[in-house]
Design a protein around this ligand. Structure first.
Ligand SMILES: *Cc1c(COP(=O)(O)O)cnc(C)c1O
Length: 440
């Protein structure tokens, strides 16, 4: 699908989304900081509300500034269409609830970001949506848990914080043959891996991490690939039968008319309209600007992280290192099948000495900020066991497989030699050097 300028997908990001009829020919797309758009005369206004034309009416569902970001993220993810939300979490909830209701189920990998795990194991369950967790990240395991009420499969390109690489291509292949869309959270793989090119139906990305890149702005993007919704008409009745949520419209019919997909329409006109998790125009603008340097930044993150992982691997204080470049030759090759450059910007490390050592290691770092996020230009460190995983039950925490001495590092854009020096001194301090001051 060409973008608004009629170019193919290879168009460089800074050129995407600029209006050709801008009277000032602004270098940068403007910010439409508005709640609504003036309506035309009576009949035409009625036609807009009936979605005969998809022109912005009210900014909860549509804003031209956000459209620019949507076109850019579609290009980053090589999708057919994209829609943005207020946060990554909002994109994930919408991806699921657009096609899943009470009594339905989804099948998910167990290797999930703790915030997603909490949503899946409690909040979705309270809505009557059952999440079935696979014991293994294989197509067979996903298929074995699926039935006619299964609406989607869910996994992360790189699990957080264990950084396991999900075999997207093989699971996607099976998902298409069963008519079940595979949804991939590509937050940690953005700019490095294109899940849709491997056959995933949908990718969700938290823009709050690498896309914002400076820790300033939250957002989420949902991109769609080439899933044949029509191959599973019976599974997705909301898309193929009159939808009571929107005056009995049949999304599949409307999608044909507007050359989009029924899923995209239901996301915008039911999920955004009803849940209201709308990205602000100012945030959309900032994130659009940030996409222009994403490809450069992510390469640097990944290259520095590769060096950090190599340094940590084999350090006497380190039990194990998690990074796609560390493992047997076979594992590393398989990781590179999914992440072509082989590396990602995060490194996780299990420190000898359990929780106390892990916490002291984080406290002893000077260039790594102690923050519960990832993907910013500043390097970050966190001890997940005593922080993020505290929102899970004891059983869930154990089942994440995250050891007590585990530390997650988000490698920033600083000089990698300085980062390695900093890691070195904090590890050395664990061996009886001056004890770092622990936070309260
Ligand atoms: C941070 C994160 C999210 C949630 O994104 P928000 O923008 O914080 O809502 C989802 N998935 C992964 C892998 C994340 O790291």
């Amino acid at each position: 699908m060409p973008d608004s300028l009629g170019h193919k997908r290879s168009i460089p990001l800074p050129h995407i989304g600029l209006a050709t009829n801008d009277p000032y020919r602004s270098l940068v797309a403007p910010i439409y900081q508005t709640t609504a758009f003036e309506l035309p005369e009576a009949d035409e206004a009625a036609a807009l509300f009936a979605l005969e034309k998809l022109t912005p009416i009210y900014a909860r569902t549509d804003n031209p500034t956000t459209r620019v970001l949507e076109e850019r993220m579609r290009a980053v993810e090589q999708g057919e269409a994209c829609i943005c939300f207020a946060t990554g979490k909002a994109a994930i909830v919408a991806a699921i609830c657009a096609v899943t209701g009470a009594g339905d189920n989804i099948v998910a990998s167990r290797n999930l970001f703790s915030g997603t795990m909490a949503m899946f194991s409690a909040t979705l369950k309270n809505l009557g949506i059952n999440v079935r967790f696979t014991e293994q990240d294989t197509a067979e395991a996903f298929e074995a848990l699926s039935d006619e009420r299964t609406k989607l499969w869910y996994a992360e390109t790189l699990s957080n914080p264990l950084l396991k690489v999900f075999p997207i291509a093989s699971v996607a292949r099976r998902s298409h043959s069963l008519g079940i869309p595979l949804v991939i959270d590509n937050t940690l793989g953005v700019g490095l891996c294109q899940p849709l090119a491997f056959g995933a139906a949908v990718s969700v990305v938290s823009l709050s991490k690498y896309v914002a890149g400076d820790g300033s702005t939250m957002g989420g993007a949902l991109s769609e690939g080439n899933f044949e919704w029509a191959s599973a008409r019976d599974r997705f009745t909301w898309l193929f039968q009159p939808d009571p949520a929107f005056a009995g419209v049949v999304w599949a019919d409307l999608a044909r008319k507007h050359r989009t997909t029924p899923y995209m329409l239901r996301l915008r006109f039911v999920m955004l309209r009803d849940f209201g998790a709308t990205l602000s125009p100012l945030s959309a603008f900032l994130l659009s600007q940030a996409t222009e340097t994403l490809a450069l930044r992510i390469q640097r993150h990944a290259e520095s992280a590769r060096r950090v992982a190599t340094f940590l691997d084999g350090h006497p204080r380190v039990r194990s290192v998690c990074h796609p470049t560390i493992g047997t030759a076979d594992e590393v090759r398989r990781n590179a099948d999914t992440i072509p450059g082989g590396a990602c910007g995060m490194v996780s490390v299990d420190i000898h000495g359990g929780q106390v050592a892990g916490q002291r290691f984080v406290a002893g770092l000077t260039l790594f900020r102690h923050v519960a996020t990832a993907g910013s230009s500043a390097s970050l460190a966190i001890h997940p066991y005593s922080t993020q995983l505290r929102q899970l039950t004891e059983d869930e925490r154990r089942r994440t497989g995250v050891p007590e001495g585990f530390v997650r590092l988000s490698i920033g854009l600083e000089d990698p030699d300085m980062l390695i020096d900093d890691l070195q001194q904090s590890l050395a301090a664990l061996d009886g050097g001056p004890a770092p001051v622990l936070p309260e």
